[in-house]
Design a protein around this ligand. Sequence first.
Ligand SMILES: C[S@@+](CC[C@H](N)C(=O)[O-])C[C@H]1O[C@@H](n2cnc3c(N)ncnc32)[C@H](O)[C@@H]1O
Length: 286
Amino acid sequence: MTDATPEFRDPDDLRRRAGVRGDPDRDQHFLVDDRVLDRLPGYLPGDADRSHVLEIGGGTGALTDRLLAAADRVTVVERDRDLAAFLREEFTEAVDAGALDVVEGDALDVVLPEFTACVSNLPYGVSSEVAFRLLPLRRPMALMFQAEFADRMVAEPGTSEYGRLSVSAQHYADVQIVERIPPEAFDPQPRVESAVVRCLPRAPDYEVDDEAFFLRFVKALFTQRRKTVRNAIRNTAHISGLADADAVVDAVDEDTLSKRPGELPPAAFAELAELAHETSEIGPGQ
Ligand SMILES: C[S@@+](CC[C@H](N)C(=O)[O-])C[C@H]1O[C@@H](n2cnc3c(N)ncnc32)[C@H](O)[C@@H]1O
């Protein structure tokens, strides 16, 4: 980490040296707006532990460059073999000093290090899977998504965007959109707007013992978002894995049963899932 105002590599130079144009079919949209790149590490809270920052999808290293200045150590995961080799070459000094580790592989498969925070311009094709790999690890994160996905992550109960994604994300973290980013900030430009979501981990309002069941239960109920919670619990028992949905319905209060799934806040889902777990045998579900 350095106190001096660092000069960063020019994103255009990086792409030229890496010899890549970016391939949207491989989720390659490189950030080219220096101001956006400069702001991203600062979306971590001031007191976040920056001893080991994770970046998923390093690309040509424009963000990696900033993270190296903001953190003691950085691990970057990059699936593209040529880009992973370029990152190692471009940041040889940091690699040799033990400040940078470049992991070539798929972010969904690689063994992740014990990171303390994460800042990433995520590959949008797998952003949901990556987010749900990272969120349960409960680290502060600043993650770039497609704006429509980010809107669903932060949506509140009773809105049309509120759904499975909102409940699951908000179970693990306080989530907030901190910046919307136009397509012009990237090359090649994505077709849609992007947004940065700050995720601050927190103890859930309601602890669940079986997180896999909780996530399945939330998924199940939102397949019936227009039904009452009573009917949704009964109709989706094959998805959630509830062996005795009627017993669960009998155990839940009338106020909750008469609502729609989209009206229940994340804590109510967690409480409901816990009660269901205590009341019924749980099968594998779908
Ligand atoms: C949106 S670009 C971001 C690149 C760079 N961080 C930037 O901001 O300019 C996403 C990067 O993730 C890589 N990528 C795509 N799918 C991946 C996956 N499943 N696992 C790891 N990296 C992936 C792409 O090759 C690309 O370099």
